[in-house]
Design a binder for this molecule. Structure first.
Ligand code: AVJ
Ligand code: FE
Length: 475
């Protein structure tokens, strides 16, 4: 099958290059130790200028291609897990979603045929169905993505970001698309972690800091009101809005995520055999699936635990945060430890609230953009670091590692904030509201800086373990 687009494909200068002519060239390439993505300051009403938008779009694309360049055509087309799309679907979907929002919805322009929209519409095809679609291969998808991007950059030059259209206002729809590509980058890494056969390891990862702290200390967070969520309409997604006052009672929060060492005690003390520790649905699920340890853990011999990361075997590092656990496993561990999972509100207060100024922070450490000293994000280390390895990233209350390393399960179901309005479409978050989905916070080492902040809400089913997800406890 060939796909036709109404955009010249060759002999044209790349408009993205023209647009970023004046702005500084991205300071660093992947793996060289710092971030290429500038985090705009949403707090003071500043908005991203067009050359920064173009640059961010280019950076997200660079990362997508960096990740996929190391995957064979066969592995790109295969479905590696029934819960995940073939990687080639993600690739085409990234382009089609961009066409839908940055061309069709924002500017009334169109490049491709209806059939392409149908194929790459996530709500039309459950992940298990996606391999049977007549998907574009790497080359065709690459041409398509470039054609869309070329037209997008062209349209951006004339876009009115100061008008009344809420989609374009302050660049919202562009921010949404940058975040979408970033989210799919992380999804693709989840798929690569599930992949069997040849291992996956990118070049030049940055060494995460070696230092860490013992797991176990708890930090007091006083009760009282704080502002949860955000009124930001430029960068935040619909489910993060609006800012609203929430009262929480005083509580204790784990200073760091739960480590492999701590979780191993739970495993070895028979935690997976004690029904009373488990949510009844979780109990049924672990018994049915014969689950007795986090995903990817195994024992070559009794009491020796190893794990597989991206197809490579390594001994379990006791100081790393536990990862690839379901909500049910996190919940059972917390009960076993005499603790509980934090609610979403508790998590956000511990991460964002600055009791001195009485305001929320964009990141745990403040409003300044992430750096490799503050958080393990952006796929630079390509793994989680030991807990407590980023003291410079502490929140106002002194809680560590809230952004980066591993996503953290919370006790809360995904629910709308007061006055929630779906924007720009119900399928982004509204259709997931309700008791089926649990909220995850904080991002992982695989999350791009553009796609994480203290107010960001992620969600998944409580049985899922494919995310780079761990947890911390409260009491
Ligand atoms: C917010 C991460 C749960 O991956 O399903 C991607 C984000 N929305 N494409 C997902 C999303 C549309 C979403 N999560
Ligand atoms: Fe998507």
């Amino acid at each position: 099958m060939t796909h036709e687009y109404n955009v010249p494909r060759t002999g044209q200068p790349d408009p993205a290059v023209l647009l970023w002519r004046d702005s500084a060239k991205p300071a660093l390439e992947h793996g060289r130790g710092a971030y290429t993505i500038l985090v705009m300051d949403t707090k003071r009403g500043a908005r991203t200028d067009k050359s920064t938008i173009a640059r961010r779009l280019a950076e997200a694309r660079e990362r997508t291609r960096f990740l996929l360049a190391r995957v064979s055509d066969e592995d790109l087309a295969m479905q590696h897990d029934p819960a995940m799309s073939p990687l080639i679907w993600d690739y085409g979907h990234i382009g089609n979603y961009e066409e839908l929002w940055l061309l069709q919805k924002a500017h009334g322009k169109n490049l491709s045929a209806r059939e392409l929209y149908d194929m790459y519409d996530a709500s039309l095809h459950p992940r298990a169905e996606r391999p049977s679609l007549n998907l574009m291969n790497r080359e065709d998808a690459g041409v398509y993505l470039d054609a869309v991007r070329g037209a997008v950059i062209e349209a951006l030059e004339g876009a009115d970001l100061d008008g009344d259209d809420p989609l374009l206002k302050d660049g919202f729809v562009y921010e949404m698309i940058v975040q979408h590509e970033a989210q799919h980058n992380e999804t693709m890494l989840q798929t690569l972690q599930l992949k069997k056969g040849e291992g996956y390891r990118p070049d030049a990862p940055v060494e995460p800091p070696a230092g860490g702290v013992e797991y176990g200390e708890m930090v007091p967070v006083p009760g009282g009101p704080f502002a949860m969520g955000t009124g930001d309409r430029a960068r935040a997604l619909d489910n993060e809005r609006d800012a609203h006052e929430v009262h929480v009672s005083g509580f204790l929060m784990d200073r760091t995520p739960v480590t492999n060492a701590a979780y191993l005690e739970f495993v070895e003390s028979g935690g997976y055999e004690k029904r009373e520790l488990w949510d009844p649905v979780g109990w049924k699920c672990i018994k049915q699936e014969r689950i007795s340890a986090p995903k990817h853990w195994y024992q070559p011999e009794p009491h020796s635990w190893w794990t597989q990361r991206f197809g490579f075997d390594e001994p379990l590092d006791p100081a790393l945060p536990v990862v690839h656990v379901s909500w049910y496993e996190a919940d059972a561990y917390a009960r076993w430890a005499g603790k509980r999972l934090p609610t979403e509100a508790e998590w956000e207060k511990a991460a964002s609230w600055d009791p001195t100024s009485g305001t929320g922070r964009l990141f745990p450490w403040g409003d300044e953009p992430p750096t490799p000293e503050k958080a393990n994000i952006d796929q630079l280390a390509f793994r989680a670091a030991r807990v407590g390895a980023y003291p410079a990233g502490a929140s106002a209350y002194g809680v560590l590692g809230m952004v980066g390393d591993v996503w953290e399960w919370t006790a809360s179901d995904l629910a709308p904030y007061p006055g929630f309005e779906p924007f720009p479409y119900k399928e982004y978050s509204e259709i997931f509201f309700g008791p089926d989905y649990k909220v995850l916070r904080g991002g992982s080492w695989a999350t791009l800086p553009s796609a994480i902040r203290n107010t960001f809400r992620n969600w998944d089913l409580p049985v899922r373990r494919q995310l780079f997800v761990g947890f911390r406890c409260a009491r």
